[in-house]
Every structure is written in C-alpha cells, then in structure tokens.
Design a protein around this ligand. Structure first.
Ligand code: ATP
Ligand code: MG
Length: 554
C-alpha cells in the first residue's frame, strides 16, 4: 500500500495531546458538519480526514452532522451523496447521523432564553437598513430603533415570527451585543430569520430558521463536541461562538480551532461555483471526472487510499496556500503504480499486418504486474492483424525514435520482434496499414544472432481486441486560480475532455468498476461505471504515467 502508516502530527493534534495530558478532556469528540447544498469536494476530504482521523487515532468519536439551516438551497440528494462519499473515503460516523434541524426545538428554546435575559431582540428594520446601520470596519454601527424593546414585547413578537405573522424580511431576531465592536460579527448578529420554505427534514413545521453562528456552537455543545475544527474564515466568528455558549444554560463548552482551507490549482472549490458548473451544463454532473468532487475523483479512478494519502501529505496548518495539481496526481500514481494490473490498449489505432504469420489466434501469456508475480498472469490473443498506436510508426526517423520504422525491428510488448516492410497511406498521406514480418524465435527471448530491437511498443489483436471509448482529461480551467476571474466559467479549458475510439485487450471486458489498470505506456485508466455497458466499454484516464504539468507550465 502506498498510503503511509505514520500518524500525522499538526498543531490541532498538539492541542489535543495537551488537553488530554492536562485533564481538560478525557476523550476526544469531533464532528464533520457539511451543509447539504452540494456534493463534497477534495477540500472537504481534508476536513473529513482531519476530523475522522483524529477520532480514530485517539479512540474518540466523530459525528456526521448536516448543518441544514438553509432549506431553500438544500436537498436530500446532497444528504445521501455526502453520506456515501464519507463512507467511500473509509470513514464511519459515531451513532446516528445528526442534523442541526434535529435541534430546532432546543435552538428555539435557547433563543427565548436570550430574549428573557435581555440579550436578543426582534428587529424590524429591512435587510438594507440593517446593513446600513451595521457600520464599516472603520466606522462603528448605530443602534436600531427596535433595540430597546421590553422582554415581553420581544417574546410576543418572536412568537409572531414563529407563527408566520411576519413576511420574509419584515422581522428577524438579533443578539444584543455591541454595535461598535471591531468584530463585525459581534454587531448584533442576526440569530433567526423568517423563511417560508419546506425543509427536507422538518417539512413545514418551521417558518423561522436559525443562522449558522447561532446553530453551530449550540449543535456542538448538544453533541458534546470537544474540539470544533473549522476553516480560517470563521476565525472572527469564534467570538460569537463563545458568546452564545457563555450566555445560555448549557453544560458543554466546546472550543473552536481554525485551520487553512485546501486550495488546488486549476480548479474551484466552492460549492456555489461547482453547482453553477452543473446547473449550466458546463460539465456532465457533479460526478463528471473533471470535477474536484469526491464523486468525480472516484469516477475518474482515484482510490480512497490515494485521497487520504494526499490529505496526509498536505498536512494541517494555519497557513493559506494553494497546492499544485501534481501533488494530488502523484498520490494516485503511486497507488496505481503499485496496485494496478497491467493491460494493453491502443488509443489511436493503425493496423499492423504480420505477413508471415499464418494460422489462427495464438494465446500468449503476460504478467499482470511486472514486480508482483502474486498478481498472476493473463492470456493475450496474438493474431495476423493487430492494432498499434499511430504514433509508434514512422516511415523514417532519427536514432532518438525508439519505435517502429520501415526496415527496422521493434519488440511487441509481451510478444515477438516485428520488422516493418512497407505501408499503405490514405489520400492525405496518413499511414493506414503497416506490413511487417515477425520472428517466431523471439517470444520471451532475444534473437540468437544478437539483433537488438529499437524499442518496445504495445498492441492489441485486431481479431480479438474489443473496441472501447476512451476519455482523456486535462485540467478543467485554463487559469491556476479560476475562482479569482470575473467570470470563472469563461475560463473553462475547451480541451478538458478528449474522446477517442480505441481497442483494448479482451481481458478488459471483465474490467471491474473502481479497479485501476495501467494501460502500458498510456497511463492509468478505469472503466466508467456510469456509461459502460457489456457491449460498449468506456474508460476514463485517471492520470498519465508521468507528471506532465511541469512541462505544460515551463
Ligand atoms: P464551500 O465553500 O465549498 O461551500 P463550505 O465551507 O460552505 O464550503 P460546508 O459544507 O459548510 O462547506 O463544509 C463542511 C466542512 O468542510 C466545514 O467544516 C468546512 O470548514 C470544511 N471545508 C469546506 N471546504 C474546505 C476546504 N477547501 N478545505 C478544508 N476544509 C473545507
Ligand atoms: Mg458552509
């Protein structure tokens, strides 16, 4: 296995070690809290590996909690996909799946408690006015005329909100904190708003929904979370997180710690943007193999082990940075180099006729892995007509070209020496057929007279090979940071997908979904689990054999 065994160390694990050593906690309880408004992406994998990885290594617990307070943007399809992606990555949550919406009654109770303590009030300024009153980073905000209502009045109005007597935007509940705070989140943040929206878990029970900052800390406390790990953009919100928990009657005091988000070059990582790519049909769904989603990477042929290894290699810090795509690719390449069975496929076929081969198909045998005899051998049919890669033949070439040239010999991988004699061309001068002779004495051994082959090329029997559609992928965007472009969708790489019709060796008819294969000399491929049928094979190229990114950039 290419996944390294060593336990990671990072500043969060150091905090946990200290908390356990100092008796602050006796066990560790984390959570992964996605909002079900899209499919998970590789950035979420970082958070999943961190949260579930800590629970595993410290024999603690990690909850899966849907942070579902925005019913209009959420959907049960996303709930299901997230559960399945977390499992596929190799993690399982403690107990039942949790939902913030499962705490709506208690959250409502805590809001009432804040009102009763004079720490929350019903606001009737419009959303625009609220923004205007909030002030700026350099100017303090000013008090709303509704800020000093009595507790009784606030309780009655909050009840009216709950009963649907205010239209959306006509009232909201705000915390009464400090309109002059240097932290904008502390300037009387909104805790509840009116939304007449059907919720995927609670149906039509509620028409008021709690805001993230109010919901998240209380959900953490209800679940007994010890270390609440989130990304750096929530650093300021930590003040509000602590304020809410300090001002309500609740046992547990979880602590929030922030780490930097994963950013990857040449892709976008925000669900809003990914969702736009899907809804505008700029890609073929959330699991398009070009997408940085877990389901896209999975369909592309990434393994859970490779993604976990990637998360281990990038580590967890507070440093903002952007990771090169080649780092992700080297993880899957390392995994597949070790674990993928070898096979032969021709992606841009021309015919090679072996004129001195008579008889039917000959069954040759080839190892499934050059360094792993335990992976066994397979039978490969060899015949008078075979397919070779168009780029593997030239009528003439210099010494650097280690492939088939007229009058010269190459070895056919796992088979014989062949010598090119002549070729046919079409009207455009493109070679269509190469005629050659083979040396039957060269199977598995060099010729006795010391002749050397110029190189080794791969091939597929034209009689027994199987036609296949093969999808080749390139970076999805032309810019390293497409998210920063005015119109990121306009920076999509028009060559991000190339479809070719090739031939694969017949053993690949039995190719298993999610099993990576090395097509010799061409890269790592897997069967497309959605579009492949028994009669029409479709393969995705997961990654090339070598890193070509540096070359493209340089
Ligand atoms: P997005 O911007 O993609 O919508 P989000 O933070 O709104 O991301 P959530 O569903 O709220 O998405 O995220 C669930 C968890 O995953 C959060 O704890 C969040 O901090 C973490 N997370 C999201 N994106 C990344 C990322 N790029 N790197 C690391 N962690 C991330
Ligand atoms: Mg979010």
């Amino acid at each position: 296995m290419s996944e390294s065994e060593a336990r990671p160390t990072n500043f969060i694990r150091q905090i946990i070690d200290k908390d356990l050593a100092g008796g602050v906690h006796t066990t560790v309880h984390t959570r992964f809290p996605p909002e079900p408004n899209g499919y998970l992406h590789i950035g979420h994998a970082k958070s999943i590996c961190l949260n579930f990885g800590i629970a595993k290594d410290y024999q603690g617990q990690c909850n899966l909690r849907f942070d579902d307070t925005n019913p209009e943007k959420e959907d049960i399809e996303f709930v299901e996909s997230i559960k399945s992606d977390v499992n596929w990555l190799g993690f399982d949550w403690s107990g039942e799946v949790c939902y913030s919406s499962g705490y709506f009654d208690r959250l409502h109770g805590y809001a009432v408690e804040l009102i009763e303590k004079g720490l929350a009030y019903v606001e009737e300024l419009s959303p625009d006015e609220i923004r205007e009153y909030r002030g700026t980073l350099t100017a303090p905000g000013k008090h709303s005329p509704y800020r000093d209502r009595t507790v009784e009045e606030n309780l009655a109005l909050f009840d009216k909100m709950k009963n649907g007597e205010f239209a959306e935007g006509k009232a909201c509940l705000r915390a009464k904190i400090d309109m002059a705070s240097p932290f904008m989140v502390m300037r009387d943040p909104v805790l509840y708003r009116v939304r007449f929206a059907h919720h995927h878990q609670t149906g039509d029970k509620w028409c008021i929904y709690p805001m993230y900052d109010f919901t998240h800390c209380i959900s953490d406390a209800i679940e007994g979370i010890t270390h609440s790990l989130c990304t750096l953009e929530f650093q300021d919100n930590r003040r509000l997180y602590d304020w809410v928990l300090d001002n309500i009657t609740i046992e547990c005091q979880p602590r929030q710690y922030e780490f930097s988000r994963l950013n990857l070059e040449y892709t976008v990582m925000s669900k809003r943007k990914l969702s736009q790519l899907v809804s505008e049909n700029l890609v073929n769904g959330w699991d398009d193999p070009r997408m940085p989603t877990i389901s896209g990477l999975r369909r592309r042929g990434y393994t859970p082990a490779a993604i976990r290894e990637f998360c281990k290699r990038i580590g967890v810090t507070k440093q903002e940075n952007t990771i090169e795509m080649s780092s992700l690719e080297s993880c899957i390449r390392d995994d597949l180099n070790e674990n993928a069975p070898r096979a032969m496929a021709v992606l841009d076929p021309i015919k090679l006729v072996i004129e001195n081969f008579d008889g039917d198909i000959e069954h040759l045998s080839a190892p499934n892995h050059p360094n792993k005899p335990e992976m066994g051998e397979r039978s490969i049919p060899f015949s008078r007509e075979i397919w070779i890669e168009a780029e593997d033949f030239r009528e003439e070439a210099n010494k650097k070209y280690k492939r088939l040239v007229l009058g010269k010999e190459v070895r056919l991988r796992n088979a014989y020496f062949v010598k090119a004699e002549r070729c046919d061309k079409d009207a455009d001068g493109k070679v269509t057929t190469v005629y050659c002779t083979y040396d039957p004495e060269t199977l598995g051994k060099d010729p006795a007279d010391g002749r050397k082959a110029k190189g080794v090329i791969h091939w597929v029997s034209a009689d027994a090979g199987v036609p296949a559609e093969i999808r080749l992928y390139d970076r999805l965007f032309t810019l390293p940071n497409p998210g920063a472009a005015d119109d990121f969708a306009a920076t999509i790489n028009p060559e991000s997908l190339t479809v070719v019709q090739g031939y694969v060796e017949p053993s690949l008819k039995a190719a298993v979904a999610e099993q990576g294969y090395q097509f010799e000399r061409m890269g790592y491929f897997c069967v497309d689990r959605k579009d492949s049928t028994d009669d029409a094979l479709v393969f995705n190229r997961t990654v090339g054999l070598r890193d070509t990114w540096a070359k493209i950039d340089g």
